[in-house]
Design a protein around this ligand. Structure first.
Ligand SMILES: CC(C)(COP(=O)(O)OP(=O)(O)OC[C@H]1O[C@@H](n2cnc3c(N)ncnc32)[C@H](O)[C@@H]1OP(=O)(O)O)[C@@H](O)C(=O)NCCC(=O)NCCS
Length: 220
């Protein structure tokens, strides 16, 4: 099926929160950062983060809706430097959305393991510093509802960004999970670094592995 990719809106936040939580729930990180939180509270917290991304002119939040049910089944966030000339898509936010956008972490369920959270953010940030330049695009997140995986939803969102990157002749950087890795290889990404995020060194338990990857544009 050829899925249509559209910009997400503030009204989509709760559906995106569900997809984010449910597609990443097998990873070690989430239960370490939020050891006592219920699934509904984590889904709601993920939804609270959406307005911040919508408000950022460099971030393009895209969704794919299942035409049969009308529900959103996948989404992605592309980071595109403003100077590349792609028109920003910044919807006006509700008052509540503006509050959430300012500081979503203030609404985090408790307890929250700030040590692991901060180390995780730093690990991503340092990788981006090592591997990216100011002109690189990034795929910040890609997630498909588990019930809809393997049907081309993720590919549709990848094609949206790859077409832009090829037209602009820029690279795309991302941090792949083992689940996403084969798909990224298929679309032209190459591994540049393997990182095991070891939470045992941070007083917690578990390791989440990532592959940092870069896709060069197809020759014009
Ligand atoms: C990684 C992820 C986003 C992929 O999304 P997806 O919607 O399942 O991706 P696609 O359906 O486009 O592609 C996945 C596979 O299904 C295949 N596929 C695509 N269309 C298909 C169809 N119509 N019928 C059957 N299979 C299909 C693809 O070829 C691909 O398989 P292959 O790589 O072995 O060739 C999804 O698995 C996910 O959300 N995982 C958890 C979160 C995560 O790890 N995200 C990545 C962060 S970097």
């Amino acid at each position: 099926m050829a899925y249509q990719v559209e910009y997400a809106t503030e009204q989509d936040a709760s559906e995106l929160g569900i997809i984010n939580n449910d597609s990443f729930r097998e990873r070690a990180l989430l239960p370490v950062i939020f050891p006592k939180s219920s699934e509904p509270s984590l889904r709601a917290y993920k939804a609270i983060h959406v307005p911040k991304h919508l408000a950022d002119p460099k971030t393009h939040v895209l969704k794919v809706t299942d035409p049969a049910s009308g529900t959103i089944v996948g989404y992605g966030r592309w980071y595109i430097p403003t100077e590349l000339g792609i028109e920003p898509h910044v919807p006006e936010l509700s008052e509540q959305g503006q509050v959430y956008a300012k500081d979503p972490v203030a609404f985090a369920p408790q307890p929250m393991n700030m040590r692991v959270f901060t180390a995780f953010k730093a690990m991503l940030e340092e990788g981006r510093k090592r591997h990216t330049t100011e002109r690189d695009m990034m795929l910040d997140i890609l997630a498909t509802l588990p019930s809809h995986q393997g049907r081309g939803v993720g590919s549709a969102i990848l094609r949206w960004g790859c077409e832009k990157a090829d037209a602009l002749q820029v690279r795309i950087y991302l941090e792949a999970t083992p689940e996403g890795y084969p798909l990224y290889v298929k679309y032209g990404w190459k591994a540049v670094e393997n990182v095991d995020f070891d939470m045992n060194e941070l007083g917690a338990h578990g390791v989440d592995d990532f592959v940092f990857m870069i896709r060069d544009p197809k020759p014009a």
